[in-house]
Design a binder for this molecule. Sequence first.
Ligand SMILES: Nc1nc2[nH]c(SCCc3ccc(S(N)(=O)=O)cc3)nc2c(=O)[nH]1
Length: 285
Amino acid sequence: ELSEPRARVAGLSLERPRIMGIVNVTPDSFSDGGQFATTEAAIAQGLRLVEEGADILDIGGESTRPNADTVALDEELRRVIPVVEGLRAKTDAVISVDTRKAEVMRRAAAAGADILNDVSAFTHDPEALEVAAETGLPIVLMHAQGDPKTMNENPQYDDVVLDVFDYLEGRIQACVAAGIPKAKIVADPGIGFGKHLHHNVAVMAGLSLYHGLGVPLLLGVSRKKMIGQLCNVEDAKDRVPGSLACAIAGIAAGVQFVRVHDVKETKQAIEVWRACAAGTEKGLD
Ligand SMILES: Nc1nc2[nH]c(SCCc3ccc(S(N)(=O)=O)cc3)nc2c(=O)[nH]1
């Protein structure tokens, strides 16, 4: 076999863009439905996103948006683990867990999670790298400058595109040194994490550079402030067209995974874009 076997991440081939649907497991502030209601709603949301075409579900129990408060370990476990268990029992979709805590990673892997997605690139929790290596799961390394609490106050870069590249390269090396094969690593430039608008758009324009890291790329821009700033749209729910534009821009630059809220819409945008890029109605297959 002259060509090396086609790369896969969590069993997913990378011959076509993969959609990661977002499942935020945060208490429903509109009702005192309690933990059970939150768990059941999150599981239902995950199954809906799979129906809409999500290849992966990203389960997050701690908001890492700017100025967000941290969530205690026991609370994050209470939010995330039941949802991973519930979804594992009901779907074969790939399950990713968005967490910075080693214990959440360990328990999520035991509950059947397939990918560990850490917005701190396994730097926040001193145990995270070792636990991730022990699970043997594929991981997502994302760039962030600073902590969610303060990251967007005054981010500083020499050259944001190159600085993000160098950071990710260093984290890949640290993970490989910790025993995580490079074939199990996905890199992500972290739109909105310690970046002003001009940093975010520079990263978007420079996405193709990150293929030089030698790993698949993931992009998460869905409904983020960058879109709101460009189009003066305050409510995140009104940012879907801009989110689709960012997903397609990423895919056109060769990004293999897009992390989105609006799976149905993103899937339609991708299918149409692929047919037009391939010039055949069958798309790029
Ligand atoms: N791999 C990966 N994981 C992620 N998890 C999240 S949670 C989003 C937190 C947030 C919300 C809103 C803004 S803002 N102010 O730019 O609108 C920033 C960060 N995102 C990502 C992402 O991209 N990749």
